[in-house]
Design a protein around this ligand. Structure first.
Ligand code: GRF
Length: 213
């Protein structure tokens, strides 16, 4: 059986972390081995502790700069032997050196259909733009903001009455399915980069196991 040691970075309430703990942790060789936050009081840390998962805090203010913080975070992840780093509502930009250190091993969930509406308040951006359809993307993290190769996407219709709360609820519901699904696919070796165009991620829901690049 394949095995994947997963670390999650989260700044907020951690409902995506909870979905990962509930849906994939301890199954199919997938183990959440650590949860880190930049916020010492993030609810995500409580969820991790309740699941018996190791936690750590890397506050921006405890380090001389982002480079030093990300170096410490990277050392912690390596000590955990994490094979995949999942950003689940992690509200800090990662340094280029960190991205390079964990190249193709960092994924993020974003509440829009990228490349539309990257960055902060993607749901507000979508509503302000007047789109009829938005959605959820799970993508690899590169040096840009929400710009890395897309692994999975799913569309969500914008309600006719533009009810933000209803749209948020539906987007979160989809996130809680799509992020665990991406982790499952990666753990099963069913995610690869197209040889002709590495921006294109191939996912295989059945068939032969493939190797990452
Ligand atoms: C999610 O909407 C995610 O897409 C965004 O931040 C939010 C985190 O929510 N990046 P939670 O902390 O997982 O509840």
């Amino acid at each position: 059986m394949s095995s994947l040691r997963v670390a999650v970075l989260a700044s907020g309430t951690g409902t995506n972390l909870q979905a990962i703990l509930d849906a994939v942790h301890g199954r199919d060789g997938i183990e959440v081995v650590g949860v880190a936050s930049d916020k010492p009081h993030a609810m995500a840390l409580e969820r991790a502790a309740a699941a018996g998962v190791e936690t750590a805090v890397f506050e921006r203010s405890s380090f001389a700069g982002r480079a030093q913080r990300d170096a410490a975070l990277g050392d912690w992840l390596e000590a955990l032997d994490a094979g995949l780093v999942v950003l689940a509502g992690y509200m800090q930009l990662l340094s280029a050196a960190f991205v390079e250190r964990f190249r193709d091993r960092i994924i993020n969930v974003h509440p829009a259909l990228l490349p539309s509406f990257p960055g902060l308040d993607a749901i507000g951006q979508a509503l302000a733009h007047g789109v009829k359809v938005t959605g959820v993307s799970v993508h690899f993290v590169d040096e840009g903001v929400d710009s890395g190769p897309i692994i999975l996407q799913r569309a969500v219709e914008v309600p006719e009455d533009l009810d933000r709360e209803a749209l948020e609820d539906e987007i979160h519901r989809v996130e809680h399915e799509l992020l665990p699904e991406a982790i499952r696919l990666i753990a099963a070796g069913r995610v690869s980069f197209d040889a002709a165009n590495p921006r294109v991620v191939r996912t295989i829901s059945g068939g032969d196991r493939v190797s990452p690049r």
